[in-house]
Design a protein around this ligand. Structure first.
Ligand code: KIV
Ligand code: ZN
Length: 387
């Protein structure tokens, strides 16, 4: 069976940049956008043009700069937002307007003090209006995760009739379980008339730590676009992490789904975004965390030294990390110590290793990690003792 492509929609510069403390200036956004283009992203959500003159400028400059990728601007479902987005996108080679409205009963009642019928009309009107500017219009049903499926299907049907090319089904509050989110996508595929004219997009937040799992459940059930951010940045607990979905689809070939992302750039992208936003990456973050390819317990180290695949499912080079690392701690064993001594130029015998290992443990019990400098010192002490 031929593998089907999943489009990657990056919203680091919009949803990611909404995070307190992550604000970027236009120059920094251009650096990131240029790299996203090289990374192989299908759509860059460059900002929310009506939100501020700075955001307008960024979307406009990114539109001029980017060569291959579609450039998208976010709007609410009103003419002013759409006019401003269309203006900001006017230089884009492949512009997309991303418009939408809340569809859950809670949004309809508390945010809009409105009715389902009114929301249906506003959704379709916004899409028609956006369509008067650009061919490619994505519609988001905000809080789709908590929206009744039958009503969500009606909304999707109306916006497809109005010309939407992409249907974004956000789990805005990160509430859904993977099975539930997958069922929602399946329900839409089976119950929305005209669904073959649009592609379904997953936009999952991470409030319960399920963003990646939900996005994968979405594509297994027929969605063909994932919205995500570098390092999983985004409102509150964040969005789906781009590096995670890309590597899941790469590792699980049985799913018959692929992306066009150059995974070898993932580590450098993560570092660049973290540096520019001043937002450190947690060391145990999947794929791009500092410990993602580091081994510190004796049993694991022994296995990895014998064959990397005993404890690693990804070759670090595939995500742009030079090599796995063996971290020496008080939990490390003799084979890891011998390996590191060899690495710094000492070929040691079994008897020497026994002696060095007992000295090593004394140092290791005093420190979080034993570095090369400590090893030189241990070697010197032992050489003196042995004579
Ligand atoms: O989380 C969400 O619902 C969003 C929409 C604006 C797409 O970010
Ligand atoms: Zn969002």
């Amino acid at each position: 069976m031929n593998s089907e492509k999943i489009e990657i929609f990056d919203t680091t510069l919009r949803d990611g940049e909404q995070v307190p403390g992550c604000k970027l200036n236009t120059k920094q956004k251009l650096i990131i956008a240029e790299s996203l283009d090289k990374l192989g992203i299908d759509v860059i959500e460059a900002g929310f043009p009506v939100s501020s003159p700075g955001d307008f400028e960024s979307v406009s400059e990114i539109s001029k700069l980017v060569k291959n990728t579609k450039v998208c601007g976010l709007t609410r479902a009103n003419k002013k937002d759409i006019d401003v987005a269309a203006e900001a996108l006017k230089f884009a080679k492949r512009p997309r307007i991303h418009t939408g409205i809340g569809t859950s009963d809670s949004h309809i009642q508390y945010k809009f003090n409105s009715t389902r019928e009114d929301i249906l009309e506003r959704a379709a009107d916004a899409v028609k209006y956006a369509k008067s500017y650009v061919e490619d219009v994505e519609f988001y049903a905000e809080d789709a995760g908590r929206t009744d499926n039958a009503f969500l299907a009606r909304v999707c049907e109306e916006v497809i009739k109005a010309g939407a090319t992409v249907l974004n089904i956000p789990d805005t509050t990160g509430y859904c379980l993977p099975e539930e989110y997958g069922e929602k996508i399946k329900y839409l595929k089976e119950n929305v008339k005209g669904i073959e004219k649009a592609i379904i997009s997953c936009h999952c937040h991470n409030d319960l730590g399920l963003a990646t799992a939900n996005s994968i459940a979405g594509v297994i059930n027929g969605a063909r676009q994932i919205e995500c951010t570098i390092n999983g940045l985004g409102e509150r607990a964040g969005n789906t992490a781009l590096e995670e979905v890309v590597m899941i689809l790469k590792q699980h070939r049985d799913l018959n789904l692929h992306t066009d992302i150059n995974s070898r750039m993932l580590n450098e992208m993560s570092v660049m975004v973290s540096d520019l936003m001043g937002m450190p990456v947690q060391p145990n973050k999947a794929i791009v965390g500092a410990n993602a390819f580091a081994h510190s317990s004796g049993i694991h180290q022994d296995g990895v030294i014998k064959n990397r695949e005993t404890y690693e499912i990804i070759d670090p080079e595939e995500v742009g990390v030079n090599a796995s690392s063996i971290i020496l701690t008080a939990r490390s064993g003799r084979s890891a110590l011998a390996y590191r001594f060899k690495h710094i130029g000492y070929d040691i015998t079994k008897n020497e290793l026994d002696f060095l290992y007992s000295e090593f443990l004394k140092v290791a019990d005093q420190k979080k990690e034993v570095k090369n400098d400590d090893l030189y010192m241990i070697m010197e002490t032992c050489s003196r003792k042995i004579g």
